[in-house]
Write a protein that binds this ligand. Sequence first.
Ligand SMILES: [Zn+2]
Length: 590
Amino acid sequence: MSYTQSPWSLFELFPAQDSPEMKAAFDELDGKVVEFEALRPSLSPEMSEEAFLNAIRLLEAISHLGSRIADFAGLSFTADTQDQVIQAFQSDVESRMAIIANRTLFFSLWWKSLEEIAIERLMAVAGDYCYWLEEMRHFKPHTLTEPEEKVINIKDVTGSMAIINLYNTLTNRYVFRLEVAGEIKELTRGELMVFVRSYDPNLRAKAYQELYRVYGQDVNILGQMYQTLVRDWHNENLDMRHFSSPLAVRNLVNDIPDDVVDTLLGVCQDNISVFQRFFHLKARWLGMEHLRRYDIYAPVVKTEKKYNFGDATEMVFDAFKHFEPRVSNLARRVLDQNHLDSEVRKGKMSGAFCATVAPDITPWVLLNYQGKPEDVATLAHELGHAVHSQLAAEHSLFTFHSSLPLAETASTFGEIVLIDHLLATESDASVRQTLLFRQVDDAYATIMRQAQFALFERQAHDLIQQGATVDELSNAYLENLYNQFGDTAEVSDEFRWEWASISHIYQTPFYVYAYTFGQLLVLSLYQQYKAEGDAFKPRYLGLLSAGGSKSPEKILSDAGINMHSASFWQGGFDVIRGLVEQLETIPVVK
Ligand SMILES: [Zn+2]
């Protein structure tokens, strides 16, 4: 049977937002929260192991029901962002969930306040919940009193969160104007960015110039928002919670030791020349004397190849099966249960994601599938995510989700498995070359570019603490780009505003290095697979099955990886250098 494109079904969660089932779920949720609140007086260092486990199980049941409701709302919204009823329902669900989070906050505060002796006794019976409980304790030195924590929660809604919302509201309504084939088009940012991958060098330049013309006009406001968010981060996390540095906050959330991130970013700095060499090669393929920053993502070969959806799914399943039949079966389950929405529709969210609700529920995947080779790669990527969470399904709701730096492992690995399979079976040279160039383009975008964002963020947090102006931040950003591209690509002046267009650095400071971490990790893993074949598989599947039930450090060391070692990260760059060398041997096609 061949799969066709269709919307997904959310019926497994709820029939509709106004269904009796939804009403019953809210009532049940409220009942459970009241029950949980009643446990508060019984929490004590002397409480029985059984009572302790019952409290955790009740909290898990609350989270499970909460996830089902919140994810139904969130997924319905992404399927149709223009539906006002769903939008209002989603906002309502968001505020209800925030209230529930505050009503159940006392448990984690109590757990963090316990003495070692009680912790040891209760941990001994906690089983799969152990790492979740342990992680909570990591924040003990940085936790304030309950009234202080509640004030921060409430003030954040109208403080940092409000600024982030304003940033999003302001930048999401930007309209970009671009002349395409003699006609002025009004575009969203997503639509505009398609043109930076255009065959036409002039159009690529015009698209970037328009992007930063628009952001540049507002840079005083956008920069002020950033300064405020960075100061808030500093005031709360360094002054009040006593973290040692702005970056250390994110590292503790990710449970990655500070020295690992320093080593990772240092190895990236040492390997800037790998991508510079690729940009030189790209200039030759494009027939340009000198590459411009505008041309970084330019396609080098013309290919019009399209894959229909049924063929694409079979290609992905074949590639996965070739690696490991179990992986293919788990991916197939997403389609068999009608959990994949691949259509392109008006009002549907752009891009792609995989949403994991709970360990006992097959994940949902959203795609906007148009048949291009990269759409097939995205299909493999998102199904890789779905495989990852299903492999970790025997863990609790609190421990099956992998931590951020490991979250892109199965997805990126799935993409590489697919590309290797295609390279082995595709006879059309232009498709093969497109795939290889695309792989290095993507490696640049997810490894080096994100590492440089993190380095800029670190610098920007320092500069703002010293009272830097928006112009001073922009100059620092431009310096970062000069360093990154060296003499391989000419950086024009409007790129000084680029940092103000990166929403990650506003919304989730230092989030970006997780991409660098994940992608280099996967390249190294893939190299191990190539070298060891079948012997590698149990170690890899073990890594995925661990989900978030152990620290990233433990999960990786169980798989034989030492993330403190610079040579491990260098291994990832060696793979990229190998790809660049492979491309250098291909005669330039004109
Ligand atoms: Zn992903």
